[in-house]
Design a protein around this ligand. Structure first.
Ligand code: IVH
Length: 683
């Protein structure tokens, strides 16, 4: 095991160092921040498990970055170290728990929480009220002298003059602090902070570049870093950089982190106005959620929060670990992209008989959700990714999006990875699989294949179909193996004893399930259509059909022309519906369902303000869930579409809207915001 861990550790270090040096030295990102973080996370986990593998040059032990040769190198008075990261609530609480273990006598765990700016750390030195030197972080011990470029940044004061007004303001925060400050202040100090570029500034520069037909800059962080590392200061001056202070190295009487913030402000440095003091770790968590959702409205990039123990005395007692201080932590926002390892690729038989390869992965948190599986769609996709079992992969998930493998990191292979074999026979019933010409997918042709059937039955009894509470997949399998269940209609003829004996349920549980089966016999037309499992018919198409046809009988005799006339139902879907109702086996099942006492409740045609309007939803909503919003739209007679097309009438946008918004704008589709919905009392 250790031999394998050793190989893995070496590979991880090489990969991390490669991307880090690109980031810190060449100012270019060859990998996203989230992916780099998760590689680092895995490395530090392995090093905790096998401490004998730690070496002084491991990226976990070093601050990223090197000193560039063309600049004068200067040793930092106090090293510029880095921060340890946490990624979720649990890790945040563990951090406090560890600190409480070190300082048990303290009951003041207030925190000063700051935005974690995504720029470039610099140290600024002032002597006799004048700016004298600006350094980059460099390798943490030595920085590069970039004073000439610092002087071009408008936000950075070149002279410090403390006015009476400033002192009054400091007094208004804390009279004692003002006194301490005045007794210590002699006109010299070292301030640290972040050089960054405002988003609006990047847009402005890009507009100019575009007009001149030049290629545009990709992101503010790289551009800020690139500008500050120029020998010619006119370049930095032309880029319009900004600055925020986040640290004061000199003792000017500050006893808390919040006091440090006030002093920095008093000295004339810009500070982030969203930084606040909170009373406990739960409030840190609450504020984290708040600042996460604020991102869209703020004109500069931040990729998380820095949580700082407020009391400087406690900070001193907590001290440092190898990488960074114990008293501060970077609490990163959930990454849309992370890495994990594929431990297996299984072949899953779906309800249509399609055999799909599915990657089984080491559990990983992507954008706030633990992910263990990702569909690989088909063999072509595996070939495109060049994926092998055992590979390290980048997986991505944003918002409501299903996780997907976007890339394999082949440099991390250690030689034990194996190829996936697409099965010749069905993994469930051993029937030889079929593959149609020019099709990449293979199918199990056996309509009685237990996997096909169970897949379909689980879907038919789910909340989208008959909604039978308590009928799990496991139970469906047992009923099937006991020969009690083959088709969906069989569920409705099960007796109480069938359930009790087969499920091994007690009297009460069996009774509950039996009752929920009886209750499920009353079903809306929409859910009945969904429960039939017609290929390509999802919830929205079922809604359309249920609104268009007065009864099941009408639907059964529909024609392709009639279907094609329904808004948002395309040719392929129409074809699939017709084929389904022309299959005598399906008609037989439908008749048996009706015979077993199913009662379909038909919709009364809704006449709302969005009658027959096709409405798409995008982004995140603060006052309502997507499901609730969808229900309101349908209540008003609207249809919720999944993709923007020329048929879309309205796009409702929440926060973080992306490509859909851009597409809707292009197509000139009406756009409504969450606020407008609220203002018009729709939600
Ligand atoms: S305090 C021991 N506060 O994050 C280092 N850093 O990962 C003390 N950063 O090098 C850093 N915003 O470039 C601190 N409000 C903030 C910050 C911040 C951004 C950067 C900084 C630092 C890196 C550490």
């Amino acid at each position: 095991m250790i031999a394998e861990a050793r190989k893995r550790v070496e590979k991880l270090r090489k990969e991390i160092q490669y991307h880090r040096s690109n980031y810190h030295i060449n100012d270019k990102s060859t990998i996203s921040g989230g992916v780099l973080d998760s590689l680092m996370h895995e490395l530090s986990k392995l090093e905790t498990e096998y401490p004998e593998l730690i070496t002084p040059d491991s990226p976990t032990q070093r601050v990223g970055g090197e000193v560039l040769s063309q600049f004068e190198k200067i040793t930092h008075q106090v090293p510029m170290i880095s921060l340890n990261d946490v990624f979720d609530e649990e890790e945040l609480y563990q951090w406090e728990h560890r600190n409480k273990g070190i300082i048990s006598h303290n009951d003041n765990w207030q925190y000063f929480v700051e935005l974690k700016l995504d720029g470039l750390a610099v140290s600024l030195t002032y002597k006799n009220l004048e700016f004298v030197q600006g350094l980059t972080r460099g390798n943490g011990r030595e920085g590069e002298n970039i004073s000439h470029n610092i002087r071009t940044i408008q936000d950075i004061p070149l002279d410090l003059s403390i006015t009476e007004d400033n002192i009054q303001q400091l007094k208004s925060h804390n009279a004692d602090l003002a006194e301490r400050f005045q007794s210590k202040w002699q006109g010299s100090c070292e301030v640290r902070g972040e050089v960054y570029m405002r988003d609006s500034q990047l847009q402005k520069l890009n507009r100019e570049l575009k007009t001149n037909g030049q290629s545009e800059y990709a992101n503010t962080r790289n551009l800020a870093a690139g500008s500050i590392r120029q020998l010619d200061s006119s370049i930095a001056a032309s880029r319009g950089l900004s600055f925020f202070a986040w640290g004061l190295i000199t003792d000017l009487g500050q006893q808390t982190q919040q006091e440090e913030y006030w002093i920095l402000k008093t000295l004339g440095f810009p500070v982030v106005k969203e930084n606040i003091l909170v009373s406990n770790i739960q409030e840190v968590q609450a504020y984290y959620k708040q600042v996460y959702s604020l991102r869209e409205g703020i004109d500069f990039a931040y990729d998380g929060m820095v949580v700082k123990v407020n009391d400087k005395n406690i900070q001193d007692q907590l001290g440092f670990t190898g990488k960074g201080p114990r008293f501060m932590i970077a609490y990163k926002f959930p990454a849309e992209e992370v890495t994990t390892q594929v431990v297996d690729i299984i072949s899953q038989v779906g309800r249509s008989g399609k055999v799909t390869p599915v990657a089984i992965m080491k559990p990983v948190n992507v954008y706030g959700v633990i992910v263990t599986r990702a569909t690989l769609h088909n063999q072509d996709e595996i070939a495109r990714l060049d994926l092998k079992i055992g590979d390290t992969v980048i997986i991505r998930r944003a918002g409501d999006v299903i996780p997907e493998i976007v890339k394999v990191l082949p440099e991390l292979r250690i030689g034990v990875e194996t190829e996936y074999q697409y099965p010749e026979n069905c993994p469930e019933c051993d029937t030889p699989l079929m593959q149609q010409e020019n099709q990449v997918n293979r199918y199990c042709p056996n309509t009685k294949c237990p996997a096909r059937n169970i897949g379909y039955l689980s879907y038919a009894v789910s909340a989208e179909g008959f909604h039978i509470v308590g009928l799990s997949e496991k139970l469906l399998i047992r009923l099937q193996e006991a020969g009690l269940l083959q088709h969906i209609n069989d569920i409705f003829t099960l007796t109480l004893d069938d359930i009790r004996i087969t499920a091994g349920f007690g009297e009460k549980s069996a009774h509950n399930l039996f009752t929920s089966i009886q209750n499920a016999k009353h079903i809306s037309f929409r859910r009945f259509i969904q429960a039939l499992g017609i290929p390509m018919v999802g919830s929205q198409t079922a809604l359309q059909l249920s609104r268009t046809f007065k009864s099941l009988d009408d639907l059964l005799i529909t024609t392709i022309e009639e279907l094609q006339n329904i808004p948002d139902i395309g040719d392929k879907v129409s074809q699939s519906i017709i084929e389904f109702f022309h299959n005598t086996h399906n008609i037989d099942i439908i008749s048996r369902l009706i015979e077993s006492g199913i009662h379909i409740e038909y919709e009364t045609v809704k006449q709302g303000k969005w009658n027959n309007k096709i409405i798409c939803i995008t982004g995140t909503f603060t006052s309502i869930s997507r499901k609730e919003l969808q229900a309101i739209i349908e209540e008003q007679g609207g249809i919720v579409g999944s993709q923007i097309s020329s048929k879309t009438d309205i796009l409702i946008v929440g926060l973080d809207a992306g490509s859909k918004l851009a597409k809707a704008k292009k197509l000139g589709i009406a756009i409504i915001t969450e606020k407008e919905l609220q203002d018009n009392d729709i939600i």
